[in-house]
Write a protein that binds this ligand. Structure first.
Ligand SMILES: C[S@@+](CC[C@H](N)C(=O)[O-])C[C@H]1O[C@@H](n2cnc3c(N)ncnc32)[C@H](O)[C@@H]1O
Length: 218
């Protein structure tokens, strides 16, 4: 068997973030990544409770290959946008969705670098992206995008690793949040509506603590 080059991990560090994630999605099957869940029940419940109109426009940040889009479509939401840094993840998701054409739009881009359009979304959903933004400058751009793209009274759902969550995911460093710390990051333009600690059972029989917080933009 070929030996992995000694400098493999070093090479990865120098890969661009999009190449890194494309590589993850090319090399790992859908249920062979720690964040895989059959159904994002907590996300779905928060969306149904806080954004009940089926014509609402929803963006899933770092959608990856998540089934959330399928489940939202099944319960009647049709105005869905998927954003991810990984073109490969979105390609696989669109292939899975096939003729369903549930996604109105897909955006390939780094949410901590790009500028997304103003006043477009009733709801912003992010499960497991914000905690990868370890630089203040990245979080600043993310929050600018969030503020710019949400409509008045729009809802933001952000799920990060909780205080007892892992320090790393896919070999990348993460920042762990409690409710107070996440509220402080978002700032005074956001009113917290609720929060929940959840233990995600990974496909590898381990548990990861997540913090869900949901906010309304003032
Ligand atoms: C841990 S996965 C979670 C995927 C999905 N939200 C879920 O719950 O199944 C993180 C996702 O965020 C994407 N991602 C990471 N950093 C990103 C960034 N800066 N901008 C946009 N997407 C990013 C990755 O490609 C990956 O699909």
């Amino acid at each position: 068997m070929d030996k992995e080059p000694a400098n493999q991990s070093r090479l990865r560090v120098f890969m661009s973030k999009s190449n890194f994630w494309n590589d993850v999605y090319r090399s790992k099957r859908i249920n062979n990544v720690s964040w895989y869940a059959d159904r994002l029940n907590t996300s779905l419940e928060i969306i149904k409770t806080n954004c009940s109109k089926k014509e609402s426009s929803i963006i899933d940040i770092g959608a990856g290959r998540s089934n959330l889009v399928d489940d939202l479509h099944d319960i009647g939401y049709k105005n869905l946008t998927l954003l991810d840094i990984s073109e490969e993840a979105l390609k696989q998701t669109l292939e899975r969705l096939g003729k369903l054409r549930v996604s109105k739009e897909t955006i390939i881009g780094d949410i901590s670098k790009i500028t997304i359009e103003e006043n477009l979304y009733d709801l912003w959903h992010d499960r497991a992206v914000f905690h990868f933004l370890t630089e203040k400058s990245q979080r600043k751009v993310y929050i600018q995008n969030l503020k710019r793209s949400l409509k008045k009274n729009g809802i933001a759902i952000i799920a990060t690793f909780g205080p007892d969550g892992p320090d790393k995911c896919s070999g990348l460093n993460t920042i762990k949040y409690d409710k107070t710390k996440l509220m402080a990051e978002l700032g005074e333009d956001f009113q917290i509506l609720g929060s929940k600690i959840e233990y995600h059972q990974t496909p590898f029989d381990t548990s990861q603590q997540f913090l869900y917080c949901w906010f309304k933009i003032k």
